[in-house]
Design a binder for this molecule. Structure first.
Ligand SMILES: CCC1=C(C)/C(=C/C2=NC(=C\c3[nH]c(/C=C4\NC(=O)[C@H](C)[C@H]4CC)c(C)c3CCC(=O)O)/C(CCC(=O)O)=C2C)NC1=O
Length: 169
């Protein structure tokens, strides 16, 4: 698993090169945004259960067929599995935010996920909708902590959406 710094070192080491201007700019940006990223992760951590619950309620309000007989989140067991998955996405999003790298998502979350979902009939479109709902809730919470530009918060949620959605052709 890599973070922004170790990936950069990896790239330059393979080429046997010192950090150039481009690398220095990337490092600067990583450290300059460090406090905000940690603050965002802290805001998510203390509210994780509420964020998942809120996003779940909104998702089932928008797509009530999911929790009706025949829906994939119907029955208490599957409902709970769905919210647990949302919790996974949220927790790993915080790791990626802190790492400044999406690598952890590839390695721990996305690998093989589409196959698992397909084999269980878990619909990917609605899952992505749930991930996007969490993004909006998280951004609002992060904004409440006084961080003005919350654009960086989008990255892990959009990355999961893109990678997960893209492979579902
Ligand atoms: C940390 C990485 C990680 C992920 C991401 C993960 C996902 C994951 N979700 C699963 C199931 C599931 N996932 C869902 C999710 C949903 N159903 C819906 O209709 C909604 C759209 C959606 C919630 C948003 C459901 C309902 C199941 C249970 C399906 C079944 O057993 O029939 C399963 C099958 C095994 C199990 O039930 O535990 C896995 C492996 N596991 C992991 O270790």
């Amino acid at each position: 698993m890599r973070d922004a710094v170790t990936s950069l070192i990896g790239t330059y080491d393979v080429a046997g090169r010192y950090f150039d201007r481009n690398a220095i700019d990337q490092l600067k940006s990583y450290f300059e945004t460090g406090t905000a990223r940690i603050q965002a992760a802290a805001a998510i951590n203390t509210n994780a259960a509420a964020i998942v619950k809120q996003a779940g309620s909104k998702l089932f309000e928008e797509l009530p067929e999911l929790i009706r007989p025949g829906g994939n989140a119907y029955t208490t067991r599957r409902y709970a599995a769905c919210l647990r998955d949302m919790d996974y996405y949220l927790r790993y999003a915080t790791y990626a935010l802190v790492a400044g790298s999406m690598d952890v998502l590839d390695e721990r979350v996305l690998q093989g996920l589409r196959e698992t979902y397909n084999s269980l009939g878990v619909p990917i479109g609605p899952t992505i909708q749930g991930i996007q709902l969490m993004k909006e809730i998280v951004k609002a919470r992060v904004a409440e902590t006084g961080i003005e530009n919350t654009a960086f918060v989008d990255e892990p949620f959009d990355y999961m959406t893109r990678e997960f959605g893209e492979r579902d052709i």
